[in-house]
Write a protein of this length. Structure first.
Lengths: 699, 74
């Protein structure tokens, strides 16, 4: 009979916890969400020998069990709830050998819960270079645990760690220190009220309630209301607890850990001197951004062209192979172009996350926060807003979720409100296709492509709009909040290829299956709306035939006229013509109007919509781009996508709030409809006015 | 009054006692405790925030917070 062991990986941020998880599980992992909240849940399995299956849960990184964020709350909720199906048989606390002192704080707390706990000291390969020596047997004795010295980078010590996990029932469960010493009288009363419960657990439930105010476990019911101390007294006790723990840790490490600082080679300070330099720091940061945009535009063009033409020929193939009828045209003109509209994003999203995860992995992101904080604060933001703003270049949704680590509520609210201005990946295809239509493909100074520079300008414009509106919001918003900011400056590390690749795959998958669903659904709806219509639509053939009867057209030409007549009189044609008066001053026709309306659900729908609209009724395997280039402005003549209307469209997409999912997440994070509605109205008005001005000026 | 904010780059100090209302718990958890040694590692452009090494932990805090944490120079 195979046994299953539940393991929880717990640790501070920046301890390489995720690399340990990746080492243990390989690709046998899945990422989901904890029910009802947006915290990411990573779990995986691995096999030890033949009879032992291990389920591993990678809990969000936390500095302690005193939760101050939703992520940290998840850790405590799980550890306090014995009935949870994921409740660990054994906890593996991952620590970084260079930050052992701080990492042990969390370890002692977990240990005091009475859960069998293994201490996995990671990055042990760096001990020699950093001149660190550790008396492992003595430390094991002092901490009442088993220690595995591991290195996820060099793949060291994992066999021993697995052995420890397999034999978890031999681990001592004695706590490290007695938390009740900090206030004996109070803890006595607590124990008397709940004689069957573990004291430290009771204490966590009570303080947890102070911080979060919701916890309802059958066996622990009533504990939270047992408050015989004021909130500020409880906080003082939490402080005392932390001090007591550090005292224990300092004494323990004094005997077991030795660092010969004279021998340590310090890469950190040398790199910091350059990367946080008041001139070079900014030059390097700007250079990295430039590289990222060049990659997204230049390098991903090849796979994208390939995907675009493959889907065009697939659609053509489906049309010719399947028996004619509504069903096959749904597949060839609705579903396949719709799918193509999703898949075509993959190269760019993958590139973006490749860079973002490398910057995070190396520890450089924290330096950016440090470098930018004062600058950002002038605009009512925080240095930590840089991460959401940069992440917003992928997608506003995770970016807005990433604002949670901004401690100051006003700075956080402003970051949430302005993040949708940054150029998310959904805008990218719109920009790419329009830029390639209206900006000449030439080089500036022999190296930079003009199209690439235009794209970079669009990104700068997005950031500029975000920063400027933050500045205005900072002046008009009257929100009082306590200012507090702390950011860890981790050691520099060479990124692990495996971690980077897994992040890229995960994020791309999340996009394809998350946003992809919306795009596909809308593509199908659009196809239906474009393929059916009221009144004249159904008599299209006779009407066109009689209209052109005198001109003696070839069959092909007649077919084309019938198709465009059909599109114009379909349901979607009616919608487009209804809104045309509103979009004509911006330089658009009714087809673009439809694309604009449908992309209020999600921007990325724009290209898919045009693809669907233009492929309904056309029967050669042209790519979307060549079809768009061939469109003629019905009023003025000349190409519909010219410089003026192209710029106007670019600007509209830069400013408009066109994403239902973002509105939903903003509602969730700010807990009110006020802020998302405010975003929707203000951003759309700005977009309309700016595009109008640009078109009228450039025309 | 000497605080972390009055340190010069490379200077060290010992953190004095402070009250719970001044310093958030999160900062304590990261090692900013009375009796611990603090070194000013680096100052960001525009003199804020400050990059510190407290008790072996590297972290950055703002000048405003730093000016509330009293120290003795060593």
């Amino acid at each position: 009979m195979a046994k299953q062991i539940n393991v929880a990986l717990i640790g501070n941020p920046n301890t390489g916890k995720t690399s340990v998880f990746n080492r243990l599980t390989g690709m046998n992992q899945k990422v989901g969400n904890y029910p009802g909240i947006t915290v990411e849940k990573k779990e995986g399995t691995c096999k030890f020998g033949r009879n032992c299956k291990v389920h591993i849960l990678d809990l969000p990184g936390t500095y302690s069990l005193n939760a101050s964020s939703l992520d940290e709350n998840v850790v405590i909720e799980l550890l306090l709830n014995k009935n949870d199906k994921d409740f660990p048989d054994v906890a593996v606390v991952v620590a970084d050998v260079e930050n052992l002192k701080r990492n042990l704080l969390l370890f002692t707390q977990i240990k005091d819960l009475g859960i069998p706990t293994i201490l996995a000291i990671n990055m042990s390969d760096r001990m020699k270079r950093k001149a660190i020596t550790l008396d492992v047997p003595l430390l094991e004795k002092k901490l009442n645990t088993k220690i595995a010295l591991i290195s996820s980078r060099k793949n060291l010590g994992f066999d021993y760690l697995k052995e420890l996990i397999e034999n978890y029932n031999q681990l001592p469960t004695k706590p490290c220190l007695n938390a009740s010493n900090i206030a004996p009288e109070y803890f006595d009363r607590l124990q008397k009220a709940f004689p069957n419960q573990d004291l430290y657990k009771l204490w966590l439930v009570i303080t947890q309630d102070v911080n979060f105010g919701k916890l309802d476990r059958n066996e622990l019911q009533g504990v939270a209301s047992f408050k015989t101390e004021s909130t500020s007294n409880l906080k003082r006790l939490q402080q005392k607890e932390t001090i007591a723990r550090y005292k224990f840790i300092n004494e323990t490490l004094k005997e077991t850990l030795h660092v010969d600082t004279a021998k340590a080679k310090d890469l950190r300070s040398r790199l910091d001197r350059v990367l946080t330099h008041k001139v070079w720091g900014y030059v390097i940061f700007f250079g990295i951004l430039l590289l990222i945009f060049q990659a997204i535009f230049d390098w991903s063009a090849y796979p994208m062209d390939f995907i675009d033409s493959s889907f065009a020929s697939l659609s053509e193939w489906a049309k010719n192979t399947l028996p004619p009828g509504d069903f096959s045209s749904l597949i060839a003109e609705g579903i396949i172009p719709g799918l193509g509209g999703i898949v075509i994003f993959i190269p760019q999203i993958a590139f973006l996350f490749l860079f973002i995860s490398i910057l995070e992995e190396t520890g450089y992101m924290s330096r950016v926060v440090f470098l930018m904080d004062k600058l950002m604060r002038r605009f009512g933001l925080s240095g930590k807003s840089v991460v959401p703003l940069v992440a917003g270049t992928a997608c506003a949704i995770p970016a807005i979720m990433a604002t949670r680590n901004i401690e100051n509520w006003k700075e956080r609210l402003i970051t949430i409100l302005v993040t949708p201005f940054t150029t998310c990946s959904a805008r990218l295809p719109v920009y790419l296709i329009i830029i390639s239509l209206v900006i000449p493909d030439t080089r500036v100074l022999g190296i930079f492509s003009l199209q690439g520079l235009t794209l970079m300008f669009m990104y700068i414009l997005g950031f500029g709009a975000a920063i400027l509106s933050a500045y205005i919001l900072d002046k008009i918003l009257k929100v009082r909040s306590k200012s507090f900011f702390v950011v860890e400056m981790p050691n520099y590390k060479v990124p692990l290829a495996k971690n980077v690749i897994i992040t890229v795959i995960e994020k791309t998958k999340a996009f394809v299956f998350g946003a992809g669903k919306i795009i596909l659904a809308i593509s199908i709806i659009l196809w239906v709306l474009a393929s059916y219509g009221p009144g004249d639509f159904n008599d299209a053939e006779e009407i066109v035939k009689s209209e052109y009867a005198s001109q003696n057209l070839s069959d092909d030409d007649l077919e084309m006229h019938i198709n465009s007549f059909k599109l114009e009189h379909s349901y979607i044609g009616h919608v487009g013509q209804f809104i045309e008066p509103a979009v004509r001053p911006l330089g658009y026709d009714w087809k673009i109007g439809i694309a604009l309306v449908s992309s209020f659900a999600a921007r990325e729908v724009f290209v898919g919509t045009l693809a669907t609209i233009y492929s309904v009724g056309s029967d050669d395997e042209q790519t979307i781009k060549s079809r768009m280039a061939a469109e003629v402005n019905p009023v003025l003549g000349g190409p519909l996508f010219n410089f003026a209307s192209g710029i106007s469209l670019l600007l509209f997409y830069a400013f408009a709030m066109q994403c239902m999912s973002t509105l939903a997440i903003v509602k969730k994070e700010t807990n009110s409809w006020k802020w998302p509605m405010w975003q929707l109205v203000v951003m759309t008005v700005i977009a309309y006015v700016v595009s109008l001005a640009a078109y009228q000026f450039l025309r | 009054m000497l605080t972390i904010a009055s340190l010069k780059k490379g200077q060290r100090g010992i953190i004095k006692e402070f009250s719970v209302d001044v310093v958030p718990l999160k900062l304590l958890e990261m090692g900013c405790l009375p009796g611990n040694e603090v070194t000013l590692v680096q100052i960001a452009p525009f003199r804020d925030p400050l990059y510190l090494n407290i008790n072996g932990s590297h972290l950055a805090i703002r000048l405003e917070m730093a000016s509330k944490i009293e120290i003795d120079l060593i």
